[in-house]
Design a protein around this ligand. Sequence first.
Ligand code: PLP
Length: 382
Amino acid sequence: MIYLDNNATTRPLPEVVEAMLPFLREEYANPSSVHQFGQSARHQVECARERVAHVIGANPREILFTSGGTESINTAIRGALRLQPAKRRFLTTAVEHSAVMGVAAQLAEEGYRVDYVGVDGEGRLDEAEWEANLTEDTALASVMHGNNETGVLFNVARLSEIAAERGVPIHVDAVQTAGKMPIEAADWPINYLSLSGHKFHGPKGAGALYVRRRTGLHPLIIGGSQERELRAGTENVAGIVGMGAAAEASMKDTVGGMNKVKEMRDALEAGILERIPFARVNGGGSPRVSNTTNISFAGLEAEAILMVLSEAAICASSGSACSSGSLEPSHVLQAMGVDDRITRGAIRFSLSRFNTPEEIDRVVTELPRLLSRLTVLAMNCE
Ligand code: PLP
């Protein structure tokens, strides 16, 4: 199998699994228990907090553990808005992940004014529109760092500066960048940042929310006094320890590791463009997360492409949601103004350090033959 779907999830590192196992077997204590057994679990949770904080250049006291990116995002947005109930505007972008989009839609139903800043054909955010929509009435702005479909990076340093100048708190969805590239949250004037363990070779069901010192937050999940009363519920100790181990591993050679991944991504892209004349890269003209490429095969349907890839044991993804047999065009590519015919054949290839140049060669060599089956079919159906 050739796994090129690492933006969906990544393979847990062997050291992550090893670190987790004792907490699923003999070290099962509750970290809130005062006995020594519990305190040993507490110690491991706190070590993991330090490691996760290190990945984003934060202080451990600024890290809350959650069940993943989605919970972190929901907590940040809901928790920040509740601090300023009189302010009724929420600002985000047209290309966010559904975790942000879903909350934004709910806020609109509740009477908030929600504005979505647009992007250009390369996925670049309109900074003037961003600035114009940060008003006195804006309770929070939320922006992603790296796009999960195209990998396009937003200039969070600049966007957060603009928000800070206007006194608007900001949340950053860094789920696709944390652990993949260096981040110094302390250098950005941001208030909240979400990350997720399973996107950087940690376990699923473990995430974190950075809450900058002296920034308030209303808890979303109420109950016990865990996580400084900001996120109730007995900690997922094994998951947290696993995410800590993944964080530590990611810090060892973030830049070198990702340069290798970038070389493979670029080779994949170049090889496909050279062999398939109707292929084009979406967002290729922008700075991107180095593991991601989104390639459209004009005139073909993503679902059919994924099927032939899957038969050849190649795992990739489409940005579109496939529900009851109908493929919905990606809101990200639509926001970029990509033609519908091109959007429908968009495939996301997302790599990791587990991939090899040999795998990339195989995909590049096999793809024209796999797609030719579909083009013959498409011509017969016309
Ligand atoms: N935000 C982005 C940009 C993502 O890509 C994802 C997952 O794909 C999420 C949020 C949600 O993260 P999780 O799967 O940990 O809930």
